[in-house]
Structure formats: structure tokens, C-alpha cells
Write a protein that binds this ligand. Structure first.
Ligand code: G4P
Length: 288
């Protein structure tokens, strides 16, 4: 469930996050592999500043594996500990406790040098709505944890879930709002379904998708919509070229209104739904 974020929500979410982070040793920042940068909220840097962080690219099954690999390298070069998973099937999730454990090594050594036994590593999953936080918590917990909505302020008693031998996970995720400032970031979020559909225009998203996919995956577009002559391009196509593409796709998919005109709303919805349901394949919308 995605909600619209108001300043009050944001302030409350930030306060709650700061309180939660005091309890934990490692922040697990969850992002969407299809938009690894756009699905982050830069506030994490401020909130989690002094805690070790594991960056997890979720929904790896939906993204282009080559681009995911490139993103992982880029994040590693920036000093992050990075991992990619499919929380729905659990692929990659078993490695998480060990990765978290590596990040607490220094703290544990310090405690042990003073003669204390280090306790389990306490972790929290944090991210914007819809990146798969609840799915990953359920996967790691091996059972269904009651979902609280993505509403800051809706709280329940927090519990620690034991994951493997070394890790304890907070059963409620930390939720931050998506970034709104940059229009392209907004379109990427909307294309992946991270922003409520009522708040976005499908034609805007479809135009953005066609531009992006034409530049990065022309063959995929050609194959899916039976377009034989889609030339590879370097620069962003002009809007006139996109309208032509809309016409072809609309016609092929039977989106023709009275008078033989293309129904652009229906065409746009088909394009967006095709992307979201992976009928176009595993396509990443931004590159490092
Ligand atoms: P949130 O807590 O961060 O808000 O996200 P949530 O777990 O609710 O996941 C949002 C949607 O993403 C869900 O789909 C969920 O099944 C899907 N999802 C989560 N992780 C993965 C993944 O690694 N791969 C894929 N392919 N999908 C993932 P939904 O359609 O909203 O719900 P549902 O139909 O699964 O119930």
C-alpha cells in the first residue's frame, strides 16, 4: 500500500526512524534493483550515519542482471557492503545474517577485548514503500509477520525475530518516503509502482518508459510490439517519435477509439502494465 506523504508524515517517520536506529547495530537499506538510486531516500545517510549499513538490491528477479552487477560494483566502490536478493522466492536471502555479522566484527572485537560477550547482531530493514520490506522480513522470519501499513504513526509492539544463529531482526520495518524533487526520479518510482497510481499520469509514465527502453533495450520493444524498424539511438528520442511509437503500439494492441483515433490512455496503460508485469522482460530503468 502506498500513501501520499505529507510534511507531518515525513517528520513523524523521521522521528520514529531515529528512535528505532538507536536500538540496532546494522541498518539494512532495501532498494529496488530496477531503480537502485531512485528508490533510495538520501535521508538514510543522515539517520544511519554512525551505523554500519548493508545495502540490499531487492527484486533482483525483475531487473537486468548485467546492470544489477554494474550497480553492485558502483556501490562497492563507494564503500558499501552490497547484496542482491529476490525476497519473494528467498534467493540470496540466506546470506544476509553472515553479511550483517561481518559488519559487526569491529564492535564485537571491541566488546570482547573488554571481556564482554557480544550479543546477537540487531538489524532493522529500512526503505521506501513497496521495495519489499515486509516480504523480506517474512522471508527471514520464515513466517508471516502482521503487516502494518506504510503509515508512519501506525505502530505495534516491536519484537525481535531470531534469524540464524547470529542475527536478530526488528519485526517492523523503517519506512521513509520516496524522493519527489527530481521529475525523472518520480517517473521511475511511478513506473515501478512505488507511487500511488492515482497520483501519476499513465501517459507520462508510458512516454518515459518508451524513451528509456528505446535507448537501453530497443530490441525488447521491437519484439514485444512487433516494430521492425526501431533503430538504436544514443540521445533521447523526440516526443514526436514517441507519439509515432504510441500510434504503432496502440494500433497493434487494438486501442483504437471512434473515428479511428488511437486511444492514448489505454495504450499508455498497456505499456505500463507490460513493464510492471515483466511482459517486457527484466529491464532496469537507470544505470550507474
Ligand atoms: P513494502 O513492505 O516495502 O511496502 O513492500 P512489500 O513487501 O509489501 O512488497 C511490495 C510488492 O513487491 C509485493 O507485491 C511483493 O510481493 C513484491 N515483492 C517483494 N519482494 C519481491 C522480489 O524480490 N521480487 C518480486 N518479483 N516481487 C517482490 P504486491 O503485488 O504488492 O503484493 P502481492 O501480490 O505479492 O501480495
Amino acid at each position: 500500500m502506498t500513501i501520499q506523504w505529507y510534511p507531518g508524515h515525513m517528520a513523524k517517520a523521521k522521528r520514529q526512524m531515529i528512535e528505532k536506529i538507536k536500538l540496532i547495530d546494522v541498518v539494512i537499506e532495501l532498494v529496488d534493483s530496477r531503480i537502485p538510486e531512485s528508490s533510495r531516500n538520501p535521508l538514510v545517510d543522515e539517520i544511519a550515519a554512525d551505523k554500519p549499513r548493508l545495502l540490499i538490491l531487492n527484486k533482483a528477479d525483475m531487473a537486468d542482471p548485467h546492470v544489477t552487477s554494474a550497480w553492485k560494483d558502483t556501490f562497492k566502490q563507494k564503500g558499501y557492503s552490497v547484496h542482491s536478493v529476490n525476497s519473494q522466492t528467498g534467493e540470496g536471502t540466506k546470506a544476509i545474517p553472515d553479511l550483517v555479522h561481518q559488519l559487526t566484527l569491529k564492535k564485537r572485537e571491541k566488546l570482547e577485548s573488554k571481556g564482554f560477550n557480544a550479543r546477537a547482531d540487531r538489524a532493522l530493514i529500512l526503505g521506501i514503500p513497496n521495495v519489499g520490506k515486509s516480504t523480506l522480513i517474512n522471508r527471514l522470519a520464515n513466517k508471516k509477520i502482521a503487516k502494518i501499513g506504510d503509515r508512519p504513526g501506525v505502530t505495534k509492539a516491536q519484537q525481535w525475530i531470531k534469524v540464524g544463529k547470529t542475527m536478530e531482526l526488528l519485526d517492523t520495518p523503517g519506512i521513509l518516503w520516496p524522493k519527489f524533487e527530481d521529475p525523472d526520479v518520480g517517473l521511475r518510482l511511478a513506473a515501478t509502482g512505488a507511487i500511488k497510481d492515482e497520483l501519476v499520469d499513465f501517459q507520462d509514465i508510458a512516454v518515459f518508459l518508451l524513451k528509456t527502453l528505446w535507448m537501453s533495450y530497443p530490441e525488447t520493444l521491437s519484439d514485444r510490439y512487433g516494430i521492425s524498424d526501431l533503430p538504436p539511438i544514443e540521445a533521447e528520442p523526440a516526443i514526436e517519435e514517441i507519439v509515432e511509437l504510441f500510434d504503432v503500439i496502440g494500433k497493434r494492441r487494438g486501442c483504437v477509439a471512434g473515428g479511428g483515433h488511437i486511444d492514448y490512455d489505454r495504450t499508455a496503460e498497456i505499456i505500463v502494465r507490460d513493464y510492471r508485469s515483466q511482459k517486457l522482460g527484466r529491464l532496469t530503468l537507470e544505470r550507474p
